[in-house]
Design a protein around this ligand. Structure first.
Ligand code: ASP
Ligand code: MG
Length: 407
């Protein structure tokens, strides 16, 4: 088998952990597998590099920033290759460019455009274990680029696709993907399986286990991912396309984010083109809008409310002041003290009543719902910030997630 394994920063945080990773990799190699290992920078070293650049300038050139940040991964690949050789197995470290990873030109958030696997294939054929630097590639100018924070997951998936790997394992410091944040709900359970779409919703909503772009890429190439702990041998969570419908759960996870603000525009004329005008203006100001609710008309006017990231609130308010003058709206309001609580599950489109169950559970706990939005696999509610954690706990219990692990 050809196995791609990725180890995150904590898993290679110090020399003894690097030796531990080396032992795990060599164990698989000795079973007759071909091994390609992607690693992140050690511990917090990417953050440390960012701090260092700030001591020099507030406005570093994006090219130099990528040059700097890519060094973190070079440290860990070299050390891991040494540790593996110490165990008597041939290994070679490769930077992203050496591994043939090509990206577009956008520094700090580059996307992989192609992988030339010639060098990797040649080294694997020589019986070597490949250690590849995560989070980096080469652009058309011949310069090193980085893929955005957390991008090593994406490197692993991209290599698994380019080498047609049989298995892609993402090793991290938790046991897998949980039904919710265990720090908020101690009863949170590890999931055995989750679909790409569910994982994407959870990843975007703030479950930091997997980089959303890695999940998108895995879905595109249909590569199952095994998310598991680098500190033990327990099976983790498999992220894949379809889960056996009979076994699938209606709700797989509950998440929340506090980084939202709610805005409302009242008394907007009920005419074609108004919503276009409002959201085009916001988009032109680079404000990305999440939930949108437009109420039905009363006396020829509508109310439109929506949410934005809290960081965008100030810019949004400035933009709205302009907008209401142009469209002739009656006024606007905002609330930054809100949170979005969501339940996610691929099983919900074949199970009626999920929304009612969610709203009922919140009502029983006396939590008021400000706004609601739904998709095929997600229902989100805006609630008071101070009630977010309670809402998550209530929903986790209501959807029987407290006992997932016992099944
Ligand atoms: N070292 C990079 C970061 O800290 C990439 C990664 O860890 O995936 O964001
Ligand atoms: Mg990471």
């Amino acid at each position: 088998m050809l196995i791609v394994q990725k180890f995150g920063g904590t898993s290679v945080g110090d020399s003894s952990r690097i030796k531990n990773v080396a032992r795990r990799v060599v164990e698989q190699y000795r079973k007759g597998n071909q091994m390609v290992v992607v690693v992140s920078a050690m511990g917090d070293s990417t953050d440390d590099l960012i701090d260092l650049s700030r001591q020099i300038t507030d406005n570093p050139s994006p090219r130099e920033m990528d040059m700097l940040l890519s060094t973190g991964e070079q440290v860990s690949i070299a050390l891991l290759a040494m540790a593996i050789k110490n165990l008597g197995v041939e290994a070679i470290s490769l930077t992203g460019p050496q591994a043939g990873i090509k990206t577009d030109i956008y520094y700090s958030k580059a996307r992989v455009t192609a992988v030339d696997n010639t060098r990797m294939r040649a080294e694997i054929a020589k019986g070597k274990i490949l250690i590849v630097a995560g989070f980096q590639g080469l652009n058309e100018f011949g310069d090193i680029t980085t893929l955005g924070r957390g991008g090593s997951d994406t490197t692993a998936v991209v290599l698994a696709a380019a080498l047609q790997a049989d298995l892609c394992e993402i090793f991290t410091d938790v046991d897998g993907v949980y039904t919710t944040d265990p720090r908020v709900v101690p009863e949170a359970c590890k999931l055995d399986t989750i679909t790409y779409d569910e994982m994407l919703e959870l990843a975007h909503l703030g479950a930091a286990v997997l980089h959303p772009r890695a999940v998108e890429c895995a879905k595109l190439y249909n590569i199952p991912l095994h998310v598991r702990s680098s500190f033990n041998n327990h099976p983790g969570t498999i992220v894949k396309e379809e889960i056996d419908m009979e076994k699938s759960m209606v709700i797989t996870g509950v998440t929340y984010t506090k980084n939202v603000a709610k805005l409302g525009i009242f008394g907007v004329p009920d005419q074609p083109g108004i919503a276009y005008m409002v959201f085009k203006t916001l988009a032109d100001n680079n404000i990305s809008v999440d939930m949108i609710v437009q109420s039905s008309m009363r006396d020829g006017v509508n109310d439109i409310s929506f949410t934005v990231a809290q960081d965008d609130l100030r810019k949004s308010l400035e933009t709205i002041e302009e907008i209401i003058k142009v469209v002739g709206a009656q006024g606007y309001t905002h609330d930054a003290d809100v949170a979005m609580v969501s339940v996610v599950g691929a099983g919900m489109n074949s199970n009626p009543g999920v929304a009612a169950m969610m709203f009922g559970a919140l009502a029983d706990t006396d939590i008021n719902i400000d706004m609601i939005s739904t998709s095929d696999i997600k229902i989100s509610c805006i609630v008071k910030n101070s009630e977010a954690e309670q809402a998550v706990k209530t929903l986790h219990t209501k959807f029987a997630l407290d006992s997932v692990g016992q099944n």
